[in-house]
Design a protein. Structure first.
Length: 461
């Protein structure tokens, strides 16, 4: 079967508010044309993110009724710790209330000004946490990742030549860690191969550099390895995960993705000294080490979600649903990143709106138009999220990829919802020449896309 049926039954439903186009135009203007500042009740289909938006299972909800809310030593923490150790294999497990706190704790402990952190491609919060500490977030992804039409099966791979060049140029002493994002979100949700992971690990060990994963979509990456990489077809996803993490020294994790929960995350690592330093900071800013900013019931939901996400019927449906949306967009002539990734379809906004230069944020223009016309919320991953002014030249610099991400929440939407998304984008594509660009009227210093305010341009310049 090309597109498998949902491997679950719908037990509880949530009504969707069917807003009018006039209402949405008024609301987006009030929000400064920033999709993050809209009330969720005004959204018909919400593809802003797959983070924290999953539908939890009956098993997870049942587990929440067993929440032990003891300040220290909650039984749910020990279940959570045992589950993380069983899947990821790392010795020390430190809970946090979400992934960016895990990043902040790690980078606050090991980074100093002038350090360099190589990654395939840093995502927004990872990059911001590195740069906040006046370190350099260096992207070393393979060149094929920048070609939307390349069908390389593992476009998330680290380019080993670029990584070696970084080590030679900066010196191992300035590289406190190497990071690898699985799957590679900013590059189109593309997976990383086991072969590449082994090679990165070998290079890190050669220079005694710690090797960490951004593991928030680890199960989807492992499923791609099973499907696409020779020698893994007969291995379970859990077996693949155990091998994958055996090549690293630790990971950060937003459990709001492949933990199938609405809140939570963790840091895991083998280094006892580093874990103790991070735990001391955790107690200062998040909470005691056996809850880390989470309720006991949330720790229980994560423990159960991490087991459920390894189910191959679920993962098959998850990946196929995303591919189904991608194929419908291709059929309508819409340019997307190929091959389709695991958690989202990424529209190539440069080619969707070639008449709008990156200085006028074509990705954001499409995001706004899709909300106004169809009530669908998505997110721009391009010039608004990653564009910046070079401090030396004072010139604006823009990322090579200008994307709009359609991130699909787990176990939430049906194939008919995907049909509505595809039809809406198809209609917009037919009269895309009418869409205009935007200018910024307010922006913060870091992560500007969350709170930026914009105005539409009356004409294209």
């Amino acid at each position: 079967m090309k597109f498998p049926a949902e491997p679950f039954r719908i037990k509880v439903v949530e009504p969707i508010a069917m807003t009018s186009e006039n209402e949405r135009r008024r609301l987006i203007e009030q929000a400064g044309y920033n999709i993050f500042l809209l009330p969720a009740a005004s959204i018909i289909i919400d593809l802003l993110t797959d983070s924290g938006t999953s539908a939890m299972s009956d098993n997870q909800w049942a587990g929440m009724m067993l929440g032990d809310e003891s300040y220290a030593g909650s039984k749910n923490y020990y279940h959570f710790e045992d589950t993380v150790r069983d899947i990821f294999g790392f010795k020390n497990v430190i809970p946090t209330h979400q992934g960016r706190v895990a990043e902040n704790l790690l980078f606050s402990t090991i980074l100093k000004e002038g350090d360099v952190v190589p990654n395939n491609i840093h995502f927004d919060t990872t990059r911001a946490n590195v740069e906040y500490h006046k370190a350099i977030a260096l992207d070393c992804v393979v060149d094929e990742a920048m070609d939307p039409d390349s069908m390389l099966p593992f476009k998330g791979n680290m380019d080993l030549r670029k990584l070696q060049k970084a080590i030679d140029e900066y010196g191992p002493e300035r590289i406190p860690m190497i990071m690898l994002t699985i799957t590679n979100n900013s590059g189109g949700g593309q997976p990383v191969s086991m072969e590449n992971i082994r090679a990165v690990s070998a290079l890190a060990r050669k220079y005694h550099i710690p090797f960490f994963f951004d593991a928030c979509r680890f199960a989807e990456n492992c499923y791609f390895i099973k499907e696409r990489e020779e020698g893994y077809r007969d291995k379970s996803v859990k077996e693949i995960a155990r091998e994958l993490f055996s090549y690293g020294d630790g990971c950060t994790m937003s459990a709001k993705k492949d933990g199938l929960v609405n809140i939570g995350g963790f840091l895991a690592m083998n280094d006892d000294t580093l874990a103790q330093e991070i735990t001391n900071m955790l107690i200062l800013i998040e909470g005691f080490r056996t809850y880390g900013g989470l309720a006991g019931r949330d720790l229980e939901a994560i423990a159960r979600g991490l087991k459920e996400v390894l189910d191959e019927d679920y993962l098959r449906f998850r990946v196929k649903q995303t591919q189904y949306l991608g194929e419908m967009l291709i059929d309508r002539g819409i340019p997307i990143i190929k091959p389709v990734g695991g958690h989202a379809v990424y529209i190539d906004a440069k080619h969707f709106l070639p008449h709008i230069p990156q200085s006028e944020f074509p990705g954001q223009a499409l995001v706004v138009e899709l909300y106004q016309r169809a009530g669908i919320r998505t997110v721009e991953i391009g010039s608004l999220m990653f564009g910046h002014k070079n401090p030396e030249t004072e010139q604006d610099e823009f990322p090579e990829l200008e994307l709009v991400r359609l991130a699909i929440p787990r176990r939430v939407y049906t194939s008919m919802h995907m049909q509505y998304v595809a039809d809406s984008l198809g209609a917009i594509y037919q009269d895309r020449q009418k869409i205009k660009g935007y200018k910024i009227v307010y922006q913060p210093k870091f992560l500007r896309h969350f709170t930026v305010r914009l105005e539409p341009l009356s004409r294209n310049i």
